[in-house]
Design a protein around this ligand. Sequence first.
Ligand code: ATP
Ligand code: LTN
Length: 335
Amino acid sequence: MTNKDRVLSGIQPTHESFHLGNYLGAVKQWVELQDSHDAFYCVVDLHALTTSPDPAKLRKQTLSSVAQLIALGLDPERCTLFIQSHVPAHNQLAWVMECLTGFGEASRMTQFKDKSAKSGTDRTVVGLFTYPMLMAADILLYQASQVPVGEDQRQHIELTRDLAQRFNATYKETFTIPSGYILKAGAKIYDLQDPTAKMSKSAESPSGIIDLMDAPEVNIKKIKSAVTDTERDVSFDEKKKPGISNLLTIYSALTNKSIKESEADFSGKGYGDFKGAVAEVVVEFFRPIRAKALELLDDPTHLNKILTLGAEKAEEVANKTLKDTYDAMGIIPRA
Ligand code: ATP
Ligand code: LTN
């Protein structure tokens, strides 16, 4: 046990590869927080069931997500890395959260509203509606004080805080009230073909997404075909020049230079040179990470060992919180 503050975050295994937005908006912070905090990170396979994936794909994507997280810098010795479904307390606490959430309150979640508006209520599963309550359970089980996520998850964190406060006030002080750990710069990476939409795993076309596991040639081509504007100067202006600004955000985040320094690197140069440089930075950054992920995927025994240890460490904390929760609510333990 440590006295460090806890952090918890999760990522869905909905795709075989993470994209640059997932890395810069989320995983980069996960890596940074593992030394200063007692960090718990999970691959949320149960959340991914809301998108009815194919079983073989889900298996593959779950392991690929774990391999990529390790390749990106999560060290199972310095953080607790596990698969959500390996710790049944997540489902158990989710039910408690569902019993605390108002129907109207859940109906106001924008992620649910957007996704259900796209497919219609008859085709929208109830799991999508209760998704934020399972996410609240993920966070509260570990008494996390901070939750590193991208901007799009802010509302879910707010709901988690409300539910924790409601439980503590109704029953007994049980949960730590978490806050979001949301980065401003680089918190949102946009689609290369539509720089007003976020880069997203569920985008209709893959042409604007930079996937970590894609071959370098594929990503170079995508970056060189990124939508820009009819001007000539490489300068940051999100309203007038969303495409160039997005590429500058990416360049600056991966080189650890400020936006001003990044602009200066390309003063007097054209968009062609700029895109070539961004492509090189991205591809060189991902090259060793992709190789490491592939190497890990080649050794499932090693990966499974890491996951078993992770689940054991996670379960120890989660089961204690679940027990306290049940006790506070009057649920009798089995004698
Ligand atoms: P989808 O768009 O299909 O819901 P996603 O691409 O957003 O999927 P998630 O698994 O929902 O992927 O997100 C994982 C993490 O990556 C979250 O913390 C999220 O905030 C962050 N994230 C996702 N897309 C971006 C983006 N374009 N820019 C910054 N952060 C992002
Ligand atoms: N909903 C999140 C993924 C997620 C998560 C969590 C993030 C599930 N459980 C707990 C932080 C903490 C998403 O779509 N990005």
